[in-house]
Design a protein around this ligand. Structure first.
Ligand code: FES
Ligand SMILES: [Fe+2]
Length: 454
């Protein structure tokens, strides 16, 4: 069932209700809404493409998704970076089938048109015999993205020439999110991007990164095998049924220990404070949060940013973990999402330290990740329950802490301090709504600038 009057602002406004903390479930299954996302979010926003260390040498390239477009991020002869649409200007075929590699040029496998690293058309088979030298090659270069820039090695691009500069788009909250990875050391992206497909709507994966309500149940297996701390280990209490039966699993403290930052355009960070995380983690894992006490990171993160233990989300789809990973959620249809994992290492760490971290990374997230297998099942099952009965009359609930999110503005950050809550999820959907309405850039910034409460 499509939305009643596609594209009308009033109709779309009914999809997210801040007063009740309810969402219309059609936003997770409706292909018409998915098209609005492709056009107004993925066709306009700055999107993460890759890390500069993935393409260090001339001719290195990495293919990245931008909505329905695919771009080749290419290191140029002068060391600069360009992002070229991977579609031949002859008749549209992909000019490159590899996901990454090193080339001298890109030759289309259909009729052989050949393009240089900068996208210029340098070769046309039969130019003399078939085209009678009557084709101006300068008119048919591979197309480039509208804008490309990088922040601390993280390369972003947008298809919208009107988009604000990357730094303005990221704002303080988005930059802190990236800083929480970039400032850990001399970071390089490990070779091998892990990619897999889930039958879920991309927004389930996005909003789950802010969800600290689920670990105590969803990750009960991970706790049982000692992968993440349990209540027994941390003495932080356990989930209890209404009958008082303890499930004996992890629970974050219920005092003022969860930090939320809300940023323009929909960026957000939500997770425990560093102090709360240290209370929850066993001592041997404290390095996950204590690296930021060095002067360099402290200065970059600022006094508010330095208190965050996780989880940052750069709108729309880039999520940064506490253990130096970046997850990109790549929407393929309303019900299908690819999940890409970029894992990073600090060049200054010893090989043993790097190996230990890699072990943690691949066993937490990605296709072999314990936590993600548990999460992915929930996202897929939530997406699948989308028959007419469910989606017409059962709203999605984001009521936890509704109306209690007092926003404090400090050091350029709009933050909330509260017990486990759903403020960041609600912020994501409120911002998402502004994006899919096609709001112009100035109004979009205004309407996604945090006020005094949520
Ligand atoms: S489609 Fe690429 S050469 Fe014809
Ligand atoms: Fe999870």
């Amino acid at each position: 069932m499509g939305i009643a009057e596609p594209g009308t602002r009033a109709d779309l406004d009914s999809l997210v209700n801040l007063a009740t903390g309810e969402l219309d479930r059609r936003i997770f299954s409706d292909e018409e809404i998915f098209e609005l996302e492709m056009t107004h979010i993925f066709g306009r926003a700055w999107l993460f493409l890759c890390h500069e260390t993935q393409i260090p040498k001339r001719g290195d390239f990495f293919e990245a998704p931008m909505g329905r477009d695919n771009v080749l991020v290419v290191r140029q002869k002068d060391k600069s970076i360009k992002a070229l649409l991977n579609t031949c200007t002859h008749r549209g075929n992909a000019v490159c089938r590899a996901e990454e590699g090193n080339v001298r040029n890109f030759m289309c496998t259909y009729h052989g048109w050949t393009f240089g690293l900068d996208g210029e058309l340098v070769g046309v088979p039969g130019l003399k015999d078939f085209y009678h030298d009557d084709l101006d090659k300068t008119k048919y270069p591979l197309r480039q993205v509208a804008q490309l820039d990088s922040y601390k090695g993280f390369v972003f691009a947008t298809m919208d020439p009107q988009a604000p500069p990357l730094l303005d788009f990221l704002g303080r909250t988005g930059r802190i999110g990236i800083d929480l990875l970039a400032e850990r050391g001399d970071m390089e992206c490990r070779p091998g991007i892990q990619k897999f497909t889930l039958n879920c709507n991309w927004k389930f994966a996005v909003d789950n990164s802010f969800d600290y309500y689920h670990p105590q149940i969803t990750h009960i297996s991970a706790q049982a095998v000692g992968m993440i701390p349990s209540a027994e280990a941390t003495d932080s209490g356990g989930a209890r049924t209404d009958e008082g039966n303890s499930l004996g699993v992890q629970r974050l403290p219920t005092d003022l220990d969860t930090l939320v930052a809300l940023g323009e355009y929909g960026h957000a960070i939500s997770g425990p404070s560093v102090e709360a995380m240290k209370r929850t983690l066993p001592p041997e894992m404290h390095e996950l949060v204590t690296w930021r006490t060095d002067p360099g990171p402290l200065a970059a993160l600022g006094r508010v940013g330095a208190r965050f233990a996780g989880h940052p989300q750069v709108f729309p789809t880039a999520w940064f973990t506490m253990d130096a990973q970046l997850s990109l959620r790549v929407p393929r249809s309303a019900g299908v999402t690819e999940v890409w994992w970029f894992s990073f290492a600090d060049r200054n760490q010893t090989p043993e330290e790097q190996r230990a971290q890699l072990d943690r990374q691949i066993h937490s997230f990605g296709p072999a990740g314990f936590l993600e297998q548990e999460d992915g099942e929930n996202w897929s099952q939530s997406t699948m329950q989308a028959g007419p009965g469910a989606r017409r009359s059962i709203p999605q609930q984001l009521k936890m802490g509704l109306g209690r999110g007092k926003i404090i503005h400090e050091d350029g950050v709009a933050r909330i301090e509260a017990a486990v809550n759903e403020h960041a999820q609600l912020w994501t959907y409120l911002s998402w709504l502004e994006w899919i309405k096609g709001t112009d850039w100035d109004d979009l910034r205004d309407s996604t600038t945090p006020g005094d409460s949520i």
